[in-house]
Design a protein around this ligand. Structure first.
Ligand SMILES: C[S@@+](CC[C@H](N)C(=O)[O-])C[C@H]1O[C@@H](n2cnc3c(N)ncnc32)[C@H](O)[C@@H]1O
Length: 366
């Protein structure tokens, strides 16, 4: 609607729209200012064992905050737990069931169920705990340092040493790190192996940066043609790796050399290295492979376009995590960046398979 007063034309529609967009902007910035409440609430419910109290071996029947606490047997504050659960319900981690008398009960959504341990005692809960432990939390306030001085990682500035050396010196921290990696790997490997068949025809498979060998185990269970698995990682990492039929654990440094095999698997490793380091490892892989050999990398692939989708946000947030914790110049790379790195090390053919929303399988053929 247009109004003319004293020769000035005012449009109420425009005023309303401007006002609405300013309100939305103020709301958005407040949500961001309080964002830390979300991961810290998740950590709190994991530590309080709330998901298991609701899950009860699969019943997942809605229960109230006081019933959740009663199942744990502790006389804790139900009102405050309910406040945490309400926030997490707004992020679709719990489903809130509000009855006519105003009582709130909670069950687990699909996201909440990722926090429930499987038969091996693994889940995404350990990934949440790993990412929010004290040593990592100390590094976050130093993130701006990556812009001012990209030569030293904030993690190192905060803790006096790099992340891997920090983990390997502390048995409890290392245990959590390994559990968090395994909890992510098992469902991811299942998805990959359901749709990617590039392990067919491989007899000896090397997993570079394979940690405890759990990915090799999944591959060899699905593909019995892989008779020999070589799990290659830093000596401190393989020192206590579990025995897996057909798998030999080998300690070493991928920047120096990698063991030979028909194919080389490398998952969730390249992201933590600089371009120069990746090139060096690609060159070492090239030397270790036969004429028709291939590298099968499984890494997050950054989108070319920036948008507001959950996938883009998860991948870009992961990129900042790497920059802050592992290598200021490690990164989530685009498909094109991966291709250029591998080509510079001599690989001639490249294929990408988007089998998972976060990680893609990238094949580099000799
Ligand atoms: C993020 S973890 C990924 C582990 C495993 N591939 C997975 O997907 O669960 C990175 C691994 O790379 C290993 N690593 C780091 N630097 C290495 C090096 N120079 N040579 C061999 N392995 C290395 C680490 O010890 C760690 O186990």
């Amino acid at each position: 609607m247009e109004m003319k007063m004293n020769g000035v034309t005012t449009s109420t529609a425009t005023v309303t729209t401007t006002c609405e967009s300013q309100n939305k902007a103020r709301l958005a910035i407040l949500e961001l200012a309080h964002m830390m409440s979300v991961p810290m609430s998740l950590v709190a419910v994991i530590n309080l064992k709330v998901p298991q109290a609701i899950w009860q071996g699969g019943s997942n029947a809605p229960i109230s905050a006081s019933q959740i606490l009663a199942r744990g047997g502790a006389a804790y504050d139900a009102e405050n737990l309910q406040r945490i659960l309400r926030l997490l319900a707004s992020y679709n981690i719990f489903m809130e069931h509000l009855n006519s008398s105003g009582e709130r009960k909670y069950s687990l959504t699909d996201i909440g169920k990722t926090l429930i341990d499987d038969a091996e005692g693994l889940s995404y809960a350990y990934y949440m705990l790993q990412h929010h432990q004290d040593a990592l939390m100390r590094a976050w306030p130093l993130m701006e340092e990556t812009v001012k001085d990209p030569t030293v990682e904030p993690f190192k500035k905060a803790n006096g040493e790099g992340a891997i050396s920090y983990y390997t010196k502390r048995p409890d921290v290392l245990k959590l790190a390994v559990k968090s990696l395994s909890g992510m790997s098992i469902p991811l490997m299942k998805d990959i192996l359901d749709s990617y068949d590039g392990f067919q025809g491989v007899d000896t498979l090397v997993d570079v940066g394979g940690n405890n060998g759990i990915s090799l185990r999944s591959i060899m269970e699905k593909y019995p043609n892989v008779r020999k698995g070589i799990n290659f990682d830093l000596p401190d990492m393989v020192a206590n790796a579990p025995q897996i039929p057909g798998v030999t654990h080998v300690g070493g440094d991928a920047f120096e050399s990698v063991p030979s095999g028909d194919a080389i698997f490398i998952k969730w490793v390249l992201l933590a290295w600089t371009d120069e380091e990746c090139k060096k490892v690609f060159q070492n892989c090239y030397k270790a492979l036969p004429a028709n050999g291939k590298v099968i990398a499984c890494e997050p692939v950054a989108p070319e376009m920036t948008d507001e989708s959950q996938r883009t946000r998860a991948l870009l947030a992961g990129d900042i995590f790497i920059m802050t914790m592992y290598r200021t110049k490690g990164k989530h790379r685009t498909e094109q960046q991966f291709k250029e790195l591998a080509t510079s090390a001599g690989f001639s053919h490249f294929r990408a398979f988007y089998v998972d929303p976060y990680m893609a399988v990238l094949e580099f053929h000799k």
